[in-house]
Design a protein around this ligand. Sequence first.
Ligand SMILES: [Zn+2]
Length: 335
Amino acid sequence: MRTRTAAMLAACVVALLCARTGAQAPTITEVVSQVSQTVYTDYLNNQLYTRTGDNRGNGAEHDLARTNIFNSFVSYGLQTSLSPFVYNSTTYYNVIGILPGATLPNEYVIVGAHYDSVNNPGADDNASGVAGVMSAARAMSQYTWDRTLIFAAFDREEQGLKGSAAWANAHASWDIKGMVSLDMIAYNPAGATHNTALIYGRATSDPLKNALSSAVNTYGGIACTLMGQLDASDHAPFEWNGFQAALLIEGAVWSNPNYHKSTDSVDTPGYIDYTYATSMTKGTVGWMADVAGLNGRRGPDPVPEFGSLAGMTLGSGFTFVIALRRFRTGTRRGL
Ligand SMILES: [Zn+2]
């Protein structure tokens, strides 16, 4: 009996040592793989009020969607706030989620999307981009980064970039290393045979545009065409303040038949391409990860394959203690 207990204890020690010493450093490919089409679809269909009849402009669904975005950021452990601004004597709110950097916390990388609509369901314009930002937050919050990540859902874009301009102007002194606006990333009518995207921005943003294009191709399998200045989305106020920024948008945007119509809804048959939108999001996460600098995992290391048992070393009692503590508490690193 005693011998058997000792054997079981030894097996546990070996398993825990293996879990600790066998863990590999995370890669950007691993981070990108955390972007899930199932989760993206849930955000777009069930959390952002994109059904026929919904209204995220001045309708009741506007605030309901904002609350869901806020709660998702909180659930991923981000420093989450409603950032107010006044437009036409009314106070509106951007939803801001921050993941502080581990080594360069005063350098920022931003992904944003506007959650307001033109008094319609705004499934593609622009719940598609917001679902991308929420998906990026979910994937990237599982890791630590050198630079600080900011996930932003802006309001009143349709009235002239009001929310993003307010936020960008208020943070013009920050060291912003890059900003990408996701705006209309889910309409892809020709399917995989026309799997393209457009990237807009000033010539001064060319380094960012090239890096984003490369990442969207590498991690999303989508070919991008680089375009010029277009001050029609939330990247523009960041360019006005001297930062590199760009708009990533679906290749078929200029022929979208439901643009700013009540039929911009997930209920419109054959309209939303969830696979394409997820790929656009993966590419954006790859870009953001490149710029932010992958530092480590935020939660416990994943248990490795048993094949790595052969390469295991049994040198350190401390390793066991650390592994056991992590195993017991399952703690996430606090913010
Ligand atoms: Zn619009």
